[in-house]
Design a protein around this ligand. Structure first.
Ligand code: 4NP
Length: 161
């Protein structure tokens, strides 16, 4: 089993979109029994809330359902529980590294490092912008999800059967 955790600030825009997109890719590839997906925020303002309606609308437009997802906050045990802990920007990474013991730090990575062709370092926060932001974020997440699955296939061939 390979476990993947997507992390942003609020867990209502970027990371639930990443969870939904990657979960859908994993399902289409027939790997749902082999790869576990989850998402969380470094902040706790939105705990228990569904994803932002703009994130849900953009996902739905692309055939992805986020309606079952609920926000939660990162906890220390996540670093032991997940093989990949993927932050959306440098601030997420800094917050994660500050609470992670040295033995698990190599699990923390920038999500867009799996999509070098996007030509960006971070997934920008779309919360205070318009619908275009959510569309652009979705495109980046879609590309990085494919790159991530390729990385998992390379690094964990045994786990995927
Ligand atoms: P996210 O976006 O980190 O992609 O979920 C945000 C959502 C809420 C807030 C900030 C970013 N907020 O400040 O409440």
């Amino acid at each position: 089993m390979v476990r993947v955790l997507f992390v942003c600030l609020g867990n209502i825009c970027r990371s639930p979109t990443a969870e939904g997109v990657f979960r859908d890719l994993v399902r289409r590839e027939g790997l749902s029994e082999r790869i576990v997906t989850d998402s969380c925020g470094t902040g706790g303002w939105h705990i228990g809330n569904p994803p932002d309606s703009r994130a849900c609308a953009e996902a739905e437009r692309r055939g992805i359902d986020l309606s079952d997802l609920r926000a939660r906050q990162i906890k220390e045990s996540d670093f032991e529980a997940f093989d990949y802990v993927l932050g959306m920007n440098d601030r997420n990474i800094a917050n994660l590294e500050a609470m992670c013991s040295a033995s698990y730090k190599d699990r923390i990575k920038l999500f867009l490092s799996y999509a070098p062709d996007v030509g960006r370092h971070d997934v920008p926060d779309p919360y205070y912008g318009g619908p275009d932001g959510f569309r652009d974020v979705f495109d980046m997440i879609d590309k990085a999800s494919r790159g991530l699955l390729a990385d998992i296939r390379t690094r964990h061939p045994d786990a995927l059967g």
